[in-house]
Design a protein around this ligand. Structure first.
Ligand code: ATP
Ligand code: MG
Length: 699
């Protein structure tokens, strides 16, 4: 251990830039500390400065601190921040990375010989285990079984205890199997893993706990090395991770935890906020700090975040621990809740806005589109690729790289080759038939089959593309392959696409929360009150990722011209004026008064405002012009190798046929026509309108 030299000047610097409560955290360099605070209040910042303060003030050497964060990226960021604050050499790791390091060091002493390697494919071992039991799960069922084994190990359930524990935890049906069968797969997996002499991530932690608790000399050495522990995102720690934390502490109390029970979003992995909420009881002499100032988001966004949580039943644990956030930043634009007739229109609007933000100077890396399930990424990947805006996907695979999507495209290509040119069935039917062995449209996987459902949803997204495609199967497959190629190039820097789960702890200047329909958020699978509350917290996490611009959106139908059967997320219902919730929404917040172009009545419903016509009044658009515009669009889309809606949506064409604009300015006033579309198609459209008017005049 090296002697530490106090550096009062540096210590002062480290405390600068913290508010009083954050400073209280940073000053409590030893002993139990618990920070219970909402999103964006500077929890991560406070603990980083606390560690730095402890180190630069000489309270302890950097090497004695072990900080645990949720992801490797967060750990890397923390190390960088600490270095910048003059506290190099602190161990900031995930639970897994910390355990891996410790176990490899202590293995020879605890267990003898060399440490076994890590399992390369847990899913493969699970599949083998299942087939030995004469169960032949498909790939998605294997994924669900694998998650279930992970859940069991993370909650410290052995195969023998699994069936009872899973029933108590209401785990539901996994891969269509009885709990006893899942337990047998789990036991068989463990046996196979031992035979293969490999460890999985959970085993890594379990054995680290065993090495520490069963070997006094190992415990002594480890505990004299690490004396100060810090845990970020403490609301999402699993029983297994907690056992490791307890083993590290060995009854000591030099631990600082920070978390927000209202951001508990990993319960399905076995995580629980109970330790966070119980901390003050477990350590009655702890310094407990609550932070309420939100430094991340504008007061407008903070207000919406508060409202999201305010809708929670008063009895839930998170709502009991909830603190009202107070926005600290200067005011910004009001978050918008925008409804659209269809998903393609929703995506087109998001992309237009993204382009606008970029044009106004927001870097693409400061923009994110967040969604509930990974299958929702496809429509945004396509729209961004078409617009030439680079994007990256966090915590998931690009749509066309997902195994189930690749497999489906291969099947479709085969079907296209074999297709009888004479008398082909309608494309949507052909696509469904080609995929019939793998994908049953009317049989989505049951509740609890998380991975199976994701896979089903991804294929469903692909099938929906067929519903929108104008052309035969061969041209559809070409279209898919072109999309895949266009979306293939991974960007180093670009707009982030991520699920709400993967967005935890992060922040962006502009955030789009897309696809907020009931059934997707909350997910249809969420049935119990607890599950629904977890979905609400996901929305809260999403809302609180935004610094300045926040757009929430939803679409009444999946496809253009489809049945408007969907409703806005129930979590947003009370925040949106009634007309915008109607099943045929228009876009944009209700603003200046507008009157019906037919009868002159003032319009309030969003859909009516968008069409500038009462729903009851007849459409005044020129049908012949509309037909010509559609023809022109089909030719353009074909030339560009893009789906028609990427050029203009039907709704936009209708407005053009109705307004018959004669100038660029008038054209720009139509919703769905941004600057890029104006540049690309403006002249052609104006020309078309003009020629049409002249022809009418001649008649
Ligand atoms: P989350 O719950 O999402 O993890 P958090 O509580 O960890 O959020 P941080 O990420 O630490 O919050 O901070 C949110 C943002 O506010 C960061 O950009 C951070 O730099 C900034 N911030 C925090 N505290 C202050 C402060 N006292 N003065 C200025 N900016 C601050
Ligand atoms: Mg944080």
């Amino acid at each position: 251990m090296s002697l530490t030299v106090p550096a009062p000047g540096l210590a002062r610097d480290v405390l600068a830039g913290l508010d009083d409560e954050q400073r209280a955290v940073a000053l409590a360099v030893t002993g139990p500390v618990c920070v219970l605070a909402g999103a964006g209040t500077g929890k991560t910042r406070a603990i980083t400065h606390r560690i730095a303060h402890g180190v630069v003030s000489g309270a302890y050497p950097a090497g004695q601190v072990l900080a645990v964060t949720f992801t490797a990226r967060a750990a890397g960021e923390m190390r960088g921040r600490l270095r910048a604050l003059g506290a190099d050499g602190v161990q900031a790791r995930t639970f897994h990375a910390a355990a891996l390091r410790q176990l490899s060091y202590f293995w020879p002493r605890a267990f003898g010989g060399a440490m076994p390697g890590l399992v390369e494919s847990k899913a493969r071992l699970v599949a083998e285990a299942a087939s030995r039991l004469r169960i032949t799960p498909d790939r998605a069922a294997v994924r669900d079984l694998t998650s279930e084994v992970e859940w069991a190990k993370s909650t410290l359930l052995t195969p023998e205890a699994y069936a009872v524990g899973a029933a108590q935890a209401n785990r539901g049906v996994v891969a269509g199997l009885e709990l006893d069968d899942v337990a047998r797969v789990y036991a068989e997996y463990e046996a196979a893993r031992r035979r293969a002499e490999v460890l999985d991530f959970e085993e890594l932690i379990l054995l680290t706990v065993a090495a520490i608790t069963e070997f006094g000399d190992i415990a002594d050495e480890l505990r004299s090395r690490y004396r100060h522990f810090v845990v970020d995102e403490y609301q999402d720690v699993t029983p297994l991770q907690h056992a490791l934390l307890d083993a590290w502490l060995g009854g000591r109390d030099d631990i600082c935890v920070v978390g927000d029970a209202a951001q508990t979003i990993y319960s399905f992995t076995g995580a629980s906020p109970k330790w966070l909420l119980d901390f003050p009881r477990r350590f009655p002499h702890a310094t407990v700090v609550r932070l309420v100032r939100d430094y991340r988001s504008t007061p407008q966004i903070v207000e919406l975040a508060n409202e999201v949580l305010a809708g929670a039943p008063a009895t839930s644990a998170a709502s009991a621990a909830r603190v009202q956030l107070v926005g600290q930043r200067p005011p910004g634009p009001k978050p918008q809740v925008n409804g659209f007739a269809s998903e393609p229109e929703e995506a087109a609007d998001v992309v237009t806005r993204i382009r606008g933000l970029i044009a106004q100077g927001t870097p693409a890396r400061e923009i994110a589109v967040l969604y509930r399930i990974n299958a929702q990424s496809e429509v945004y990947e396509a729209a961004l690729a078409t617009a030439g805006i680079p994007y990256l996907i966090r915590g998931g695979e690009r749509f066309f790289e997902r195994p189930e999507v690749r497999e489906a495209v291969v099947l479709l290509r085969g079907a296209a080759r074999a297709a009888d040119e004479g008398q082909p069935a309608a494309l949507p039917a052909q696509v469904r038939e080609a995929l019939a062995d793998r994908w049953k449209e009317d049989a989505p996987p049951p509740v609890g089959a998380r991975a199976q459902r994701e896979r089903w949803d991804s294929v469903a997204a692909l099938v929906r593309l067929a519903d929108d495609h104008h052309g035969d199967l061969a041209s559809f497959v070409n279209d898919l392959e072109e999309r895949a190629a266009a979306q293939h190039a991974p960007a180093v820097e670009g707009v982030t696409l991520a699920s709400l789960h993967a967005a935890k702890g992060l922040e962006w200047d502009a955030v789009f929360l897309a696809g907020l329909v009931d059934g997707t958020l909350p997910l249809q699978h969420a049935q119990t009150a607890e599950e629904i509350e977890e979905e609400r917290r996901l929305l809260y996490v999403g809302v609180t990722r935004a610094r300045e611009h926040l757009f929430l959106s939803w679409a009444a139908a999946r496809n253009e011209g489809g049945r408007a059967s969907r409703r806005i997320s129930r979590f947003l219902e009370r925040m949106v004026p009634a007309p915008a919730r109607a099943s045929r929404p228009g876009s944009g917040p209700v603003g200046k008064p507008l009157s019906c172009r037919v009868c002159g009545r003032t319009l309030t419903a969003a859909a009516e405002r968008r069409a500038r016509r009462c729903q009851g009044c007849p459409s005044t658009y020129d049908e012949a012009l509309f037909a010509r515009l559609r023809e022109w669009r089909a030719t353009r889309a074909k030339e560009l190798g893009q789906p028609a809606y990427c050029v203009f949506t039907d709704a936009t064409l209708e407005r053009i046929a109705e307004d018959q604009p004669t100038s660029v300015g008038a054209l720009a006033g139509i919703s769905g026509i941004g600057t890029a579309k104006l540049d690309k198609y403006g002249a052609e459209v104006l020309d078309l309108v003009k020629t049409h008017a002249e022809a009418q005049g001649r008649k």
